[in-house]
Design a protein around this ligand. Structure first.
Ligand SMILES: Cc1cc2nc3c(=O)[nH]c(=O)nc-3n(C[C@H](O)[C@H](O)[C@H](O)COP(=O)(O)O)c2cc1C
Length: 418
């Protein structure tokens, strides 16, 4: 993420909503990601939050007036409209959405929205009746038809004490929705990427299960890396400890059998399949219908083998589909991973060293190696899963390009940095 946001100029438009205070957090997170954030506050926004907060957070003078004497030519409205990589309007009132839809330019923000050709992302926040009003619906549709982007709102309890759609979506979701817009990377545009993520749960009885320590962090990082390259991403996830990646289609499953069924349904359309889920090899043959009671006697669970999702994908793969697996190993890491790569007919396998501290399940970091069929192993040191996901995605793009070149189809959708 940092690599994508670093040094990008983001105009953060803040409008007159009770949720305006949340824009301080957004500004702070964008600055943390390395972006240059120029805050713009409408007159109404300043009834809710002060310019001083944004100036302290961003280190930039907040723009509040249209007709102030020009102190810094770099933030004069046309200059900034041209220089900005992205406009984020958060929170976006019904008013700014209406003004943008109809080309009204009566303050700095609305004027600059007309002048810019940078992508624009609106994060609406308003009362449910305002949001569902035909005028607002039509304005949003009009802006979408012109290529503007929207994230949220979500449903929930609103400041006006009603419950319904209109609450500003979570700041992290705004950042995730904005990342593909700011990345300028279209290496996977038009490609469908299917990712399995999280762990599975095999029921023992109605309240107990056999599971594993997978948190879903790796699948989430991979999904965000693919989305940032313009891919259409589907994530099939077992129960996870992390929020689903914004922008991906998410299919929730619980057991290995359910995951196998979902994969069989979605894989045929996928150009890339990354099997990052920790799928149980075995399930309880006859889970108890009633909750098991302790009675002092030892218990034996009869286990039977689950479907091998990766092997099935390896057998049924169509030409051109890239198939990536994961091998979580506690011993003979590279040897075991290479055997799995060959046995399951994969293009790439990630040897995930789960025997060292801070690598593997339930943590934010990973250590291991990426293996392909021919080349040398690419070992990587302990690193953040986000960083690793970038590395793996680069390998996938390189493979896809090589595939396009050898098939003579051309690499229209796989142009590095395109
Ligand atoms: C307490 C209060 C809260 C408001 N919250 C919202 C809101 O969440 N969304 C919205 O669209 N308008 C809200 N409004 C109305 C806007 O502030 C008003 O439409 C204003 O003209 C918006 O100006 P701007 O879009 O230039 O910031 C609120 C008004 C008040 C007094």
């Amino acid at each position: 993420m940092r690599r994508i946001w670093s040094d990008k100029c983001i105009v953060l438009g803040v409008t007159g909503s009770i949720a305006a205070y949340k824009a301080c957090d957004l500004a702070s997170r964008l600055v943390e990601l390395g972006a240059e954030v120029v805050p713009v506050l409408t007159k109404s926004a300043r009834e809710f939050v002060g310019a001083a907060s944004f100036e302290a957070i961003t280190g930039q003078r907040a723009i509040t007036e249209m007709f102030e004497p020009v102190q810094n030519p770099a933030i004069e409205h046309i200059a900034l409209a041209t220089r900005a990589s992205l406009f984020i309007i958060a929170p976006a009132t019904a008013n700014i959405i209406a003004k943008a839809a109809h080309g009204i330019a009566d303050d700095w923000l609305s004027t600059t929205l007309l002048a810019t050709r940078a992508p624009i992302l609106f994060a609406p926040a308003m009362n449910s009746n305002m949001y569902s009003h035909p005028a607002t619906i039509a304005n949003i549709e009009l802006l979408k038809s012109r290529g503007c982007h929207f994230v949220g709102p979500e449903s929930g309890r609103l400041a006006c004490k009603t419950i319904g759609p209109g609450r500003l979506i979570d700041v992290q979701a705004i950042i995730e929705a904005a990342t593909p817009l700011v990345s300028g990377n279209h290496e996977l545009a038009g490609k469908r990427v299917l990712i399995t993520s999280g762990g599975t749960r095999e029921p023992v009885d109605p309240v107990r299960f056999l599971g594993n320590r997978s948190s879903g962090r790796m699948g989430r990082a991979l999904a965000l890396a693919a989305l940032a390259r313009g891919a259409e991403v589907t994530v099939i996830t077992g129960p996870a400890h992390v929020a689903p990646p914004y922008g991906a289609r998410v299919v929730e499953v619980e057991t290995a059998a359910e995951m196998a069924e979902a994969v069989a349904k979605h894989a045929p359309k996928a150009d890339v399949v990354i099997a990052a889920a920790a799928v149980a090899d075995y399930r309880v043959k006859a889970p108890s219908v009633q909750k098991r009671k302790r009675d002092g006697a030892p218990v034996t669970l009869d286990l039977i083998e689950n479907p091998d999702i990766l092997a099935a994908l390896g057998k049924s793969r169509r030409k051109g589909r890239i198939l990536v697996g994961f091998a979580a190993e506690t011993e003979r890491l590279l040897e075991n991973a290479r055997a799995k790569l060959q046995k399951k007919n994969l293009d790439l396998i990630v040897a995930n060293q789960v025997s060292v501290a801070d690598s593997g399940f339930e943590v934010d970091t990973v250590k291991g190696a990426i293996l392909d069929r021919a080349g040398p192993n690419e070992e990587f040191p302990l690193c953040a899963k986000e960083e690793f996901a970038e590395r793996l995605m680069e390998r996938i793009v390189a493979l896809a390009n090589a595939e396009s070149d050898s098939s003579g189809i051309g690499r229209a959708n796989f142009v590095p940095g395109g």
